[in-house]
Design a protein around this ligand. Structure first.
Ligand code: ATP
Length: 285
């Protein structure tokens, strides 16, 4: 806990990690688990923790220049308006873009449909030293695909084990996977969608299909429950993040990233040259 701001009672990982038996229907999207501060505390704290994240992220990137092959993958899943874009912009955006790999996954293209569902995912994985961000992910293939009956149940049903095996392979190859399920309430979603319709600068975020998806909320809840129950593993657990308060979800996910990076026990690569000699050379140059 040494590095954790005092406004957290517990490591966010410990409070937010999915616990077996936990029910999606019981999630209070307006809650702020583990955080004792208020909205007023958030801006300064977010700035401070963004800096901490950026420092660690740059250290990961720097290490890769010296041969460290490890990476981090942040998987963001959530219903429309849960705030995935805000995490990308306000949390991951604090990092050095040289070491960030952002990928979003929409309805598969014609090219993508010719391949296995993990094909486009594999192509987008972070390489050595990168923090990869998946804005939606392979989980769409057991969420949207399941809810919309896009393939037979035996096909999507087999995917949970396939995904677990795929993620195990990634972890064994040196990627830390931080999986975040972002939960917004129906009420808050309505507010956010209506804001998009009221503001011309938000039209680009609005998609008429969002309302159709909203009407399928119970089916999505069931599909999210199955994802959490079947794919929360000890090597790649899910975190359940309440998202009705954006300031909370951003702080929480920042901490999840910091915690993940800290487990890598990173340090700045030492100079591969004689520092004093180089200082002298520069002085005379
Ligand atoms: P977002 O809603 O994530 O902010 P957006 O509205 O701009 O993004 P896209 O990113 O183009 O939309 O596509 C998102 C949509 O694609 C979602 O409705 C999602 O469920 C759907 N989708 C993603 N992957 C798949 C998949 N494998 N099969 C079917 N639909 C998918």
């Amino acid at each position: 806990m040494a590095d954790l701001p005092s406004l957290w009672t517990h490591e966010p990982h410990d409070v937010l990690v999915f616990k077996p038996g936990e029910k999606v229907a019981d999630i209070d999207a307006g809650s702020t688990p583990g955080f004792t501060g208020s909205k007023g505390d958030a801006p300064d704290l977010q700035d401070e923790r963004n800096e901490r994240f950026a420092g660690l992220q740059e250290m990961l990137y720097a290490g890769s220049r010296e041969g460290d092959t490890r990476s981090v993958l942040l998987v963001l899943q959530g219903m429309d308006t849960a705030g995935k874009g805000g995490i990308v912009k306000h949390v991951v955006g604090a990092g050095n873009p040289q070491g960030i790999r952002y990928s979003s996954f929409g309805v598969p293209t014609e090219e993508e449909r010719k391949h296995d569902y993990l094909w486009r995912i594999r192509k987008a994985l972070p390489t050595a030293g990168q923090v990869g961000v998946f804005d939606r992910s392979h989980y769409e293939d057991v969420l949207a695909v399941r809810v919309h009956d896009l393939v037979p149940p035996e096909v999507w049903g087999a995917r949970y084990d396939e995904i677990n095996a795929f993620e195990k392979e990634l972890v064994e190859a040196g990627t830390i996977i931080v999986k975040v399920a972002m939960f917004v309430s129906l009420k808050e979603q309505k507010k956010r969608l209506s804001k998009r319709l009221d503001r011309p600068d938000k039209y680009w975020k609005y998609n008429p299909g969002d309302i159709d998806e909203r009407l399928l909320w119970p089916a999505y809840q069931e599909a999210y429950q199955a994802v959490l129950d079947k794919t929360s593993t000890d090597y790649a657990p899910w975190h359940v993040v309440p998202c009705d308060r954006k300031w909370y979800s951003r702080l929480a996910i920042t901490e999840l990233l910091i915690e993940a990076l800290k487990t890598l026990d990173l340090s700045w690569p030492p100079a591969s040259f004689d520092v004093e000699a180089e200082k002298k050379r520069l002085k005379d140059a």
